[in-house]
Write a protein that binds this ligand. Structure first.
Ligand code: SAM
Length: 262
């Protein structure tokens, strides 16, 4: 796969990956966000909804670098300090100087309570697969339908997710990935789908597919995550070791860019 991608915008912020991964909590950090933003064709003053924001630095990055007006949606509290994610978002918005462009709502998919036909763009990374892992495929599909409902006709959905490659799980990884439920490695087989399965779900929701694939840098993002995520660092024999054992044989990072028909 061609790996000549450059990240000129996120490069400015990526010199401390410890900070980036503490604020993002999924593979890719700002590099992923820039990758998604370019694929989605973001433009200044567009209305964007970001679903599943952790501490919101990706939302702030989109506001600062692409000039969007962003709402960050997250129903949960931060697992390390118990502070609602949307409060971290607003702290970051002040730090990043985008407090006039960003607002957080303590809500989640599929019940956003937002008006239909509202947003020019919806962005969501490393979030909906967790809904699938915890609550099943039906709720995952309801989340896609909610995104479809709140996008304006012609609006663009950028979905980035940990996914797995086609084919069966390598034999040494199968016992690890199929032990149980949840969103940790032992539940990943239930969380993750392939690019093809994800595009099928988007099409069946009513979206027109613009582009989809495995991100060329997906494995590098997993590798980076395993070395910089604070939870991986404090527990090197847990998730980090499993990711390294995988080595990109089953894990990938997939994306779908889809449009609500005009
Ligand atoms: C793994 S983090 C991903 C954060 C970030 N988007 C990234 O790519 O690194 C998943 C986030 O989704 C949030 N989340 C969980 N369930 C959600 C739901 N039903 N709707 C919206 N966000 C949700 C979690 O609180 C968390 O902040």
């Amino acid at each position: 796969m061609n790996k000549t991608i450059r990240y000129p915008k996120s490069e400015k912020y990526s010199n401390n990956l410890g900070i980036i991964y503490a604020e993002c909590s999924g593979p890719g950090g700002l590099q992923l966000t820039e990758f998604m933003a370019e694929k989605m064709g973001l433009r200044r003053h567009a209305r964007l909804l970001d679903i599943g924001i952790e501490r919101g630095c990706q939302t702030c990055f989109l506001a600062r670098e692409y000039g969007v007006q962003a709402i960050g949606l997250d129903p949960d509290e931060d697992r390390s300090d118990g502070i609602p994610h949307i409060e971290h978002l607003m702290r970051n918005a002040r730090l990043w100087g985008v407090e006039d462009q960003v607002i957080g709502l303590k809500l989640g998919v599929p019940e956003t309570h937002l008006s239909a036909n509202t947003f020019d763009f919806v962005h969501s990374t490393t979030t909906l697969e967790m809904v699938r892992g915890l609550f099943g495929e039906e709720l995952y599909r309801q989340c896609l339908s909610e995104v479809f409902r709140i996008l304006r006709p012609g609006g663009i959905f950028g979905l980035g997710e940990p996914m797995h490659l086609e084919g069966t799980i390598p034999a040494d990884l199968a016992p690890i990935y199929t032990q149980g439920r949840g969103t940790g490695p032992e539940g990943w087989a239930k969380c993750f789908a392939t690019v093809e399965e994800t595009t099928t779900a988007c099409r069946e929701t009513g979206f027109e597919l613009l582009e989809a694939g495995n991100a060329p840098d997906g494995w590098d993002w997993w590798d980076q995550f395993s070395k910089n995520d604070p939870y991986c660092k404090t527990n090197p024999d847990g998730e980090a070791r499993i990711i390294q054992q995988d080595g990109g044989r089953w894990l990938t990072y997939g994306y779908v860019i889809a449009r609500k028909p005009a």
